[in-house]
Design a protein around this ligand. Structure first.
Ligand SMILES: [Zn+2]
Length: 406
């Protein structure tokens, strides 16, 4: 996490840069290979192949009330439109990192294996079952904010990170204390990846390039506005870059709509690229199921708006960790109680807890997030099962009464 605040090298060590000009590598990929969704382009324009297929009809919004649009400052950088936002200042970053006690106390691997076991995901042994959820859906937690969601004949991955460190370098920076439950090679066929923002624990260069090597242009990347060039420099060809409330779909699966929705956060990978890329959440709306991925966020008005427009969701993936100390973290990371409020605001029937138990990014005890989550659920009169926890690698089937067995 501190890497995100204090990273001070002039060079982005993930071999990608934040320059405005397209690199020569980018020119290897013809412009038409990468389709940018234009808000006004619904049903028109250059849709002439399955790769560039776009929905030809507008989503039937049941409630057309105003929603908050993305905002840019005079310098062209994105800014949070929420009154609940405050930017992390350098003095505050220093105060947090130097003065505040870190209570994470992550133990050795023996105790970790007991407290946070890493299970082999079901698809490693039974890849033929992946994506076959019928009218139901299945979620598998792969650590941190990475979840695999199978719904409406698609297999999705959120903010994938399979690297040891969430950092521009694999030598320094936050190291995961629980290993990824599988490798990229062990994943079933993935149809789409959803990226919420550019922080290193959510956008990992090695994972992006590994997924691209394995799936190539068959894999559709849904990314925030401003990230297209970076993705192109990684070699990804099938990228859709969206502003808040814009939508698109996976070619050949136009019944499922992907909408980039707001959150309260920020972006940074290099010294000078602060907020040049937008951040947000994702609402995936299928004929059978609706899935909400909150990404990384502080609590704000966005979730009520998302719930009114697109709720109820069958499943939401909501962060519960990296929240202490509150005076510093609350603007960008919800605590478990606020996570429960998001669950209510977006009208989730079920939620799965993410963004905990993998990297020690903030100061709370590493096992506090699930304890605090269950306390908050009780206060709100909700059941543990309404906002559930998974082990690393564990799956749960929704839309049936059975727990999926690993
Ligand atoms: Zn972040």
């Amino acid at each position: 996490m501190i890497v995100n605040y204090l990273y001070s090298s002039e060079k982005d060590m993930d071999k990608n840069t934040d320059e405005e000009q397209p690199s020569t590598a980018c020119n290897q990929y013809p412009k038409e290979a990468v389709k940018k969704r234009q808000n006004s382009g619904r049903g028109s324009g250059s849709s002439d192949s399955s790769r560039t297929f776009r929905k030809s009809f507008r989503l039937d919004y049941r409630l057309e009330e105003d929603v908050t649009k993305s905002k840019r400052g005079k310098d062209g950088r994105f800014a949070n439109p929420w009154p609940t936002w405050k930017s992390p200042t350098l003095p505050n970053v220093l105060k947090w990192s130097l003065m505040e006690k870190n209570n994470s106390n992550v133990p050795g691997s023996e105790e970790l294996d007991k407290e946070l076991p890493v299970l082999e995901p079901y698809f490693v042994q039974k890849p033929e079952l992946a994506g076959k959820t019928g009218a139901g859906m299945r979620v598998t937690w792969l650590g941190h904010a990475t979840v695999m969601v199978e719904m409406d004949e698609l297999v999705l991955l959120t903010d994938p990170i399979f690297s040891q460190r969430a950092s521009p370098s694999q030598l320094v920076g936050p190291k995961r204390f629980r290993r990824p439950p599988c490798t990229v090679a062990q994943l079933p066929k993935i149809d789409a990846v959803l990226i919420s923002h550019t922080h290193y624990d959510h956008l990992d260069y090695n994972t992006v390039t590994s997924l691209n090597e394995r799936f190539g242009s068959e894999l559709r990347w849904f990314v925030p506005l401003g990230l297209l060039q970076w993705m192109q420099r990684c070699g990804c060809e099938n990228v859709i870059e969206l502003d808040w409330w814009e939508e698109n779909c996976v070619p050949g699966h136009d019944a499922v709509t992907f909408v980039f929705t707001p959150s309260q956060h920020w972006c940074k990978r290099t010294v000078r690229d602060d907020n040049k890329v937008l951040w947000g959440s994702w609402s995936v709306l299928g004929p059978w199921n609706r899935f909400f991925f909150a990404g990384d966020t502080g609590y704000c008005l966005a979730f009520e708006q998302i719930g009114k427009r697109f709720g109820p969701f069958d499943l939401a993936a909501i962060p519960i960790g990296a929240y202490e100390p509150r005076w510093f973290m609350k603007y960008q990371h919800v605590d478990p109680e606020e996570a429960v409020r998001i669950h209510i605001d977006v009208q989730a029937k079920k939620s799965v807890a993410i963004h905990w138990g993998t990297f020690a990014l903030a100061n709370e005890y590493y096992l506090d997030p699930p304890v605090k989550l269950n306390e908050a659920l009780e206060r709100y009169g909700l059941k543990k099962d309404d906002f559930f926890l998974l082990n690393h690698g564990e799956s749960r089937d929704l839309g049936t009464n059975d727990m999926f067995e690993n």
